[in-house]
Write a protein that binds this ligand. Sequence first.
Ligand code: GN1
Ligand code: MG
Length: 362
Amino acid sequence: MRDLYDIANRFAIEGKALDIKSLGAGFINDSYILTTDSRRYILQRKNHHIFPNIGAMMNNIARVTAHLKLKVAAEGGDPEREVLTVIPTKEGELYYHDGENFWAVSLFIEGSVTHDKADTPRLAYMGGYGIGRFQAMLADFDEPLAEVIKGFHNIRWRFEQWDKALSEDRAQRKASVAEEIEWIESRRRAMLDFWSMVERGELPMRVTHNDTKLSNILFDENDEVLCVIDLDTVMSSTSLNDFGDAIRSYTNMGAEDDKELSRVAMNIDTFRHYAEGYLAKRGSTMTQSEREWLAFSGIYITFEQVLRFLMDYIDGDTYYKTAYPEHNLVRARAQYRLLQSMEEQYPEMQQIIKRIVDGIRG
Ligand code: GN1
Ligand code: MG
């Protein structure tokens, strides 16, 4: 890897790079805080194994953020604090390729905080509100976006990958996870039926974020939503994916990779608070089918996550970073417990959505 300072200096940053510190690693990219003598930036090494076309991804981000900045400015907000700002290279490119790795820089938003757990009703509500606002501001973005990861939330495609992983059994782990494989197989039909509806166009395609966990939202010191970050997976998909992924991450009382399964369950109050925030922004503009399937989206995305973790385990851990050999299996089991908890509470989830929507309509 090239010297990080050399990389930083390829970008049109203000001032001289003084310090570069790791921000702790995500599952996918590596992020650093870059401090110059005049301001701070985020420097990221983008994972080109997962995002095969970094140029297309950065182009999506640049166009979407330009659109968001116009909206925020029109509302009297501060586009530099409320929208991610991509800093180009000195040559005006959206990323820098050092021959091996791909790098991108954005402004660091000062005075912002992130939260890892939605442990107050207000945080859950504001998270839903933030994603609702993000989708609402992009409702009139009508340019095509590149599909940066093929079939990201397309369960038909995930099942194709799944079938291939099982038939190749690359890490020779299949026999040891027969029970877990059955969790996936027993739901194949229902998940594909849902997806057929999407394929028939019964749910609209919208500009969506696709990674809506709480830590991808920056808050200000009063816990007001400042800015939605991590726009790598911004794509066209159903709005349900953003809601579902948030429900998967916000409502879990345990950790995503909890070994103590008794801690893992969906907190229905958190579900309600998130839904209230989200629907406050989106409730009146959603289609009937979006409203109808909103509660199911949590189940859909959590199922997909069980499949993806288990598939990566079977494949020999090639996608997600792991901290120990069984990590992906532990994640799959914990997410499966969460899925079961959602399935048990599904009727209640549906009632909650109905009650909120009826309230909005008056
Ligand atoms: C990955 O690394 P992170 O947290 O941004 C993944 C998501 C998963 C998530 C599970 C591009 O996101 O889809 O839901 O891990 N992102 C990609 O924690 O695959
Ligand atoms: Mg992400």
